[in-house]
Design a protein around this ligand. Structure first.
Ligand code: OOG
Ligand code: MG
Length: 255
């Protein structure tokens, strides 16, 4: 097994056992290509267990997230069916190392999107948009990582919840939103925080996925990235997003 595969297995084991590991690249010696190769290898391990790819997630697409984590490059990760949490469903805190939730916007594509798509082409390929929450769970101790660490760790992605789908032709570029815990807003923001307009995140997703040889297909889900900082989630809580016009989505964390 080569070194990158070993690191992929380390991160995959950490995710499965919900146990934190040390950073794999604290000094940032890996290249971005190597970090994404580790991510792809770890996803291949999930694939070998029967998990199916359903889309991609974008990371660090808002200043709030960049500031919270101290990194400023847009990154992406891969979503599988096993990561999806049913809207209104329940998750088990024991499944995570130290999970956080963040309010996002999700896209589902009605047709494939090439890597060089413009914003107008990306918009035309969107079948629907929805309020969504991403559950991030860095596998690294203390949720601390370098850019290459977090890329290798599938951009901390661990779960996602999607609310009702809406027609994308209504403007979704500046919708007010709140991340709520037990009905109380703990983070407030706007979809405009996502690269100025979330469609830019989709354009970037199309470019990055195509460059990796995995162009976005019809039916793909794209999580646009956190619009605010992420919040820790704890057993017994109900975590939800309320989005202007598009509605809400949420999940409970089992006691
Ligand atoms: C990395 C993932 C960032 C987002 O929406 O910006 C991300 C992390 O914060 O652990 O998912
Ligand atoms: Mg996110």
């Amino acid at each position: 097994m080569d070194h990158l595969q070993e690191l992929a297995r380390l991160l995959d084991d950490a995710a499965r056992q919900a146990t934190a590991v040390e950073q794999i690249d604290p000094e940032g010696k890996l290249s971005l290509e190597q970090a994404y190769a580790i991510q792809a290898e770890s996803l291949a391990l999930r694939g070998a267990r029967g998990e199916r790819r359903v889309g991609v997630k974008m990371g660090f697409t808002s200043r709030a997230k960049m500031a919270q984590m101290g990194l400023s490059d847009v990154i992406w990760g891969r979503l599988t069916d096993a990561m999806r949490v049913e809207e209104g469903g329940t998750v088990d805190a024991a499944r995570y190392v130290h999970a956080r939730a963040e309010p996002e916007l999700a896209f589902v594509l009605g047709r494939p999107l090439p890597g060089d798509a413009s914003a107008a082409e990306a918009l035309a390929a969107v079948e629907a948009v929805a309020p969504a929450i991403e559950i991030i769970d860095s596998r690294y101790r203390d949720f601390r990582f370098t850019l290459t660490d977090v890329i290798a760790d599938n951009a901390s992605s661990s779960g996602f919840v999607i609310g009702p789908w809406s027609d994308p032709r209504g403007d979704f570029g500046n919708l007010g939103l709140a991340l709520c815990i037990d009905g109380r807003p703990v983070q407030v923001g706007s979809t405009a925080a996502i690269l100025g307009h979330p469609i830019r995140s989709l354009v970037a997703a199309a470019r990055l996925a195509a460059a990796a040889g995995e162009p976005l297909q019809a039916g793909a889900i794209v999580m646009a990235g956190g619009a605010t900082s992420a919040e820790w989630i704890k057993p017994g809580q109900y975590v939800s997003i309320e989005m202007e016009r598009l509605g809400s989505a949420g999940f409970s964390v089992r006691e």
